[in-house]
Design a protein around this ligand. Structure first.
Ligand SMILES: Nc1ncnc2c1ncn2[C@@H]1O[C@H](COP(=O)(O)OP(=O)(O)O)[C@@H](O)[C@H]1O
Ligand SMILES: [Mg+2]
Length: 253
């Protein structure tokens, strides 16, 4: 591990990913180089099919690359066994999907407890921690609601809480605002920005929605399986403060 790797949350070098073989071969990633920093919100932008979800899955340890180097929080993912990778993910990574993926028969709080229950926590302790986090996210009065009784924005907050409940150092989100209206999407992006800033976490958000570009500290633009450029954005201090406040006391609704 060289010294640079210690200051980045994710370091990708020459990452390729192929699906299928022969005439059906798809090169989803064609040599991705990317650095992602802690305490920042990094956006992965680009047209549909350019490899955003594949790259997110690779850095989250859900998918193995065909070739290349992927270091996450100082660990070279290719050196981990399948079992170690599952463990690493369970401790260090939170994943938020486009379609919330909540379990419909469980309440909001119960959905949030799932990663803790899997990790062996008692139901009681897990529920207490879930309620605390949901309260912080402006969802105190929704803990006992089933997902079907919540708005899209509220369901996405539950999904974000579930991804954060084990306090991962890396949060990755695949198009988290695409199923939401513009205003709700805006609030969710502020929430995610606050999550990154408040905790020194690295947050990576995939989007093809240019309305949310202003929220990124960095925008990595992908095209045809490669990161073409990374643009650094200066986000105003007032906006940063706003984002932290949103995370600390976001109004429910
Ligand atoms: N499991 C898979 N099997 C075969 N091809 C896939 C698979 N997943 C993604 N692809 C292909 O890889 C390319 C990149 O897909 P994806 O990462 O989902 O793009 P994006 O998220 O940017 O829309 C696309 O051509 C897609 O069809
Ligand atoms: Mg995708």
């Amino acid at each position: 591990m060289n010294s640079t790797a210690e200051h980045v949350a994710i370091r990708c070098r020459g990452v390729t990913k192929e699906f299928g073989a022969g005439g059906a071969l798809v090169q989803a990633l064609r040599g991705v180089d990317l650095d992602v920093y802690p305490g920042e919100l990094t956006l992965l932008a680009g047209p549909s099919g350019c490899g955003k979800t594949t790259l997110l899955s690779v850095v989250a340890g859900i998918m193995r690359p065909t070739a290349g180097e992927v270091a996450v929080l100082g660990a070279n993912l290719h050196t981990l066994s399948a079992h170690e990778l599952v463990r690493f993910r369970g401790v260090h990574i939170g994943f938020v999907f486009q379609q919330f993926n909540l379990l419909p028969a469980l309440t909001a709080a119960e959905n949030v407890t799932v990663p803790l229950i899997v990790a062996g926590w008692s139901r009681r302790r897990a529920l207490a921690k879930a309620a605390e986090l949901l309260e912080k996210m402006g969802m105190a009065d929704r803990c006992n609601h089933l997902p079907g009784m919540l708005s899209g924005g509220q369901q996405q907050r539950v999904a974000i809480a579930r991804a954060l409940i084990h306090e991962p150092q890396l949060l990755v989100c695949d198009e988290p605002t695409s199923a939401l209206d513009a205003r709700t999407g805006h609030t969710i992006m502020e929430l995610l920005r606050g999550v990154a800033l408040e905790s020194g976490r690295a947050v990576v958000v995939v989007t093809h929605d240019s309305r949310v570009f202003s929220f990124g500290d960095r925008i990595a633009r992908m095209e045809d399986g490669r990161v073409m450029e990374v643009q650094r954005q200066r986000v105003a201090a007032a906006e940063r403060l706003q984002a932290i406040e949103t995370f600390e006391q976001v109004a429910s609704g």
